[in-house]
Design a protein around this ligand. Structure first.
Ligand SMILES: [Zn+2]
Ligand SMILES: [Zn+2]
Length: 182
């Protein structure tokens, strides 16, 4: 069981690293598309739109740059969501459609409000679990340290349970990390 626990800790550290590395979540196609969109909007502002006699060039440059940045960022965001939906078991096609169809980036706001928690496989039986569980519901694999009396979550450095005052040293290492007494 102690061995399982160590694996569990490694797993959560890996999950943490993956969660922080948002840049690797943006697929290449969306980076390329973002550059094309930015270039396209510059072309639209400077090449296609009619030039008036008294207009100011800095204003035109600024507008082209702002719109280009806004649209390019949204393309990157759509790319991010296209990968994010997969690791949350959400319908990818539907969310891509919502992201593209909803105007003014509202689709993205709705997505970040409604997205499901991240799923990670149980290290023991590969059941998809949310990060908040202490035990795998399928195989009883322990994913977080818990009190041996009340089975609420504790910090690995705690001496007493913060919820019931139980002396955690009494659990001894393997018993403390296994939640259910046999
Ligand atoms: Zn399991
Ligand atoms: Zn307790």
């Amino acid at each position: 069981m102690t061995m399982f626990w160590n694996q569990g800790q490694e797993r959560s550290q890996n999950a943490g690293a993956a969660g922080e590395d948002h840049l690797s979540m943006i697929p290449t196609w969306s980076v390329v598309l973002a550059i094309l969109v930015f270039a396209g909007i510059q072309y639209l502002f400077h090449g296609v739109m009619p030039h008036h006699k008294h207009e100011m060039l800095p204003m035109r440059l600024l507008m082209g740059y702002s719109w280009g940045t806004a649209f390019a960022s949204y393309v990157l965001l759509v790319g991010y969501v296209s990968r994010d939906v997969k690791r949350r078991n959400m319908p990818g096609g539907l969310w891509m459609l919502i992201m593209v169809v909803m105007p003014g980036g509202i689709g993205a706001v709705v997505y970040f409000l409604l997205r499901q928690p991240l799923l990670t496989p149980c290290p023991h039986c590969s059941t998809e679990l949310t990060s908040s569980v202490h035990f795998c519901p399928q195989c009883q694999f322990q994913l977080a340290p818990v009190c041996g009396r009340c089975f609420r979550g504790v910090q690995i450095t705690d001496v007493y349970c913060a919820q019931c005052g139980h002396d955690l040293a009494e659990d001894h290492a393997p018993a403390r990390l296994r939640a259910y007494s046999d």
